[in-house]
Write a protein that binds this ligand. Sequence first.
Ligand code: GDP
Length: 402
Amino acid sequence: MVYVLVAIAIVVLALLVVAALVIPRSRRGVEAPPPPETLPAGDDAPPGGGVDTAAPPRGSPAGTAATAAPLVDVPVESTIDTADTAPALETPEPTAGRLTRLRARLARSQTTLGRGLLSVLSRDKLDDEAWDEVEEALLAADVGVGATTEIVESLRTRTRVLGTRSQGELRALLSDELVKALRPDLDRTLHSTPEGDRPAVVMVVGVNGTGKTTTCGKLARVLVADGRTVLLGAADTFRAAAADQLATWGSRVGADTVRGPEGGDPASVAFDTVKQGTERKVDTVLIDTAGRLHTKVGLMDELGKVKRVVEKQGPVDETLLVLDATTGQNGLVQARVFTEVVDITGIVLTKLDGTAKGGIVISVQRELGVPVKLIGLGEGADDLAPFEPESFVDALLGDPVP
Ligand code: GDP
């Protein structure tokens, strides 16, 4: 009997020990998943406040400025990518004399236009065949028919008057004609100085792929180099990558970027940029726009609306059209569509480093009646130069003969 009681006691004791060990563990098991409110905000957060969680996370591609910014899309208001987190601010090169520094980049245009023309003109006998060659060289460099005819006629007359010609004289003659064709009288000032209590507003338009966003970034550097404060607006809301790209450019020189939700209204981003720029008292607001040439009507609606909405706060001081020099006459056809939609006040001709068709500067100005104000001579951050006809022609013709 005693043995039975002892056995029962041992069994009860064993059960109590097992229970003591197992129950707390199972309790911890129940508590394991954190309550919903302790989930990190973002990834699995329940939808709310009109935020479309089906949309891919914005700003996911790496980029200091993009990741530092608020990443939740707010459908109505734009967000700002601050430049504070940039590892180290860069000091852009001064703009004066950039074209002269970058003159070697025009090497391919130099061979076709400059050296080619000079070698024909220095022949002993300038017969019809020689003049045909001059004409061909000018046309091949995209100078355009009208300007080519004028240049050839003038050169014919002047070489006849000159009689014997030295290399130096020929270079001076050619330089004179090309500079004249580039209309040195045109006003190439970039209107980027604030007036009163509102910043100057610069809008950048053009077909995608021409170098629009890159130009905005480079231009921000040009303005910063010239001592201005800049706020960027990523009104190309159709490509998140474009906004990231712009914010990264801005962050390198301390310029913030206003951006909207992907696919959002470009006009509202442009409006917010000007509003923010005014509140922050920046000197210049630089707005990158979308350049999808889907239909002319679509483009007109979109770009026209951006401009109208911006103008509710004051005039747009400068509307720059970005053109890819390598697309030649095709680019000109596209350019004309833009001039019908908005008043273009200046042209930025990009990729002049990659083409033998440097003469496009002449035909673009002639066709569109708008001055080329800036030229792109490479992918580097400071490869955007103010356009100066004399320095440009000087670079085309190579070093003068001593
Ligand atoms: P967007 O679509 O018009 O905004 O074009 P991007 O700014 O994205 O530029 C398209 C490509 O052109 C990029 O690879 C740029 O680096 C390149 N690019 C822009 N400007 C120049 C230039 O002046 N020279 C050269 N070689 N490439 C350029």
